[in-house]
Design a binder for this molecule. Structure first.
Ligand code: ADP
Ligand code: MG
Length: 259
């Protein structure tokens, strides 16, 4: 029987390899993320989590394999059966399909919260100044910071800065949002307000890939937990399965340390 069901993922990672200075840090990663899915990516420090996230929006080139978002490469186009790297301008346009939020916020220090959010839509000429402003105010409201539009990053707490960073990532209406340890740089009492915003996004059906050491949060919001170790996915499945009954010794060892 040859029934073929077309199950195209929103993010498709096929056999991705990546080395730095001859040391392979991604050793053949296969991962498909469906639209609306929330994937928690766990693993010890140095296992390749950040590198894997960065390949998705072509912040990192892969040495072999491929990554597509909604069926399209971010950094390449196919011409005469061969992949050619796109020009920076085109990569920037395509990269807007993928939002990313980093551990250390990476806000522009000389711009207000509002300006941090309107910068990319204006630079990419997506919106008029008025429309960008309206969009930003709506997003600030959504992350609970309607009254902080004119504040500079230094006037905001870490949790507030991270919420601005999330609003900024949303401004380009990405198809998928990547989080790289979004609460790791925060004082413990500020973690909750950021997780609340991420939880809201998950509940709204946003496609999310979240690198986190917040195991309780992963259990609660993730549809799937993927465990990475030394550049390989060693175990994945439903949060309850992987987190309560890990099969792989490396997963067990990691969970014993963080739980
Ligand atoms: P994780 O996010 O899981 O901690 P990373 O993806 O940051 O892991 O790093 C995986 C490995 O790749 C580490 O050994 C790290 O030192 C190395 N690495 C990451 N980025 C670079 C880089 N730009 N140049 C050289 N080595 C790197
Ligand atoms: Mg990392």
């Amino acid at each position: 029987m040859s029934t073929v069901t077309a199950t195209r993922g929103l993010v498709e990672i096929h056999n991705v390899h990546k080395a730095f200075h001859g040391v392979e840090v991604l050793k053949g990663i296969d991962l498909t993320v469906q639209p609306g899915e929330v994937v928690a990516l766990l693993g010890p420090s140095g296992s390749g989590k950040s590198t894997l996230l960065r390949t998705i929006n072509h912040l990192e080139r892969v040495d072999a394999g491929s990554v597509t978002v909604d069926g399209e490469f971010i950094g390449y186009e196919l011409r005469h059966g061969k992949l050619h790297e796109l020009r920076e301008r085109e990569i920037l346009q395509r990269r807007t399909r993928v939002g990313i939020v980093f551990q250390n916020f990476h806000l522009f220090p000389h711009l207000t919260a509002l300006e941090n959010i309107t910068e990319a839509p204006l630079a990419l000429k997506r919106l008029s100044t008025d429309d960008a402003r309206e969009l930003a105010l709506g997003l600030l409201d959504r992350v609970g910071l309607a009254d902080k539009a004119d504040a500079y990053p230094r006037q905001l707490s870490g949790g507030q800065q991270q919420r601005v960073a999330i609003a900024r990532a949303l401004a380009l209406k990405p198809q998928v949002l990547l989080f790289d340890e979004p609460t790791s740089a925060l004082d413990p009492e500020l973690v909750g307000e950021v997780l609340d915003v991420i939880r809201d996004l998950a509940n709204l059906g946003t496609t999310l890939i979240i690198v986190t050491h917040e195991i309780g949060f992963a259990r609660e919001v993730a549809d799937r937990v993927v465990f990475l170790d030394q550049g390989r996915i060693v175990e994945q499945g439903a949060p309850d399965e992987v987190l309560s009954r890990p099969r792989h010794p490396r997963t067990r060892e990691f969970l014993a340390k963080v739980l």
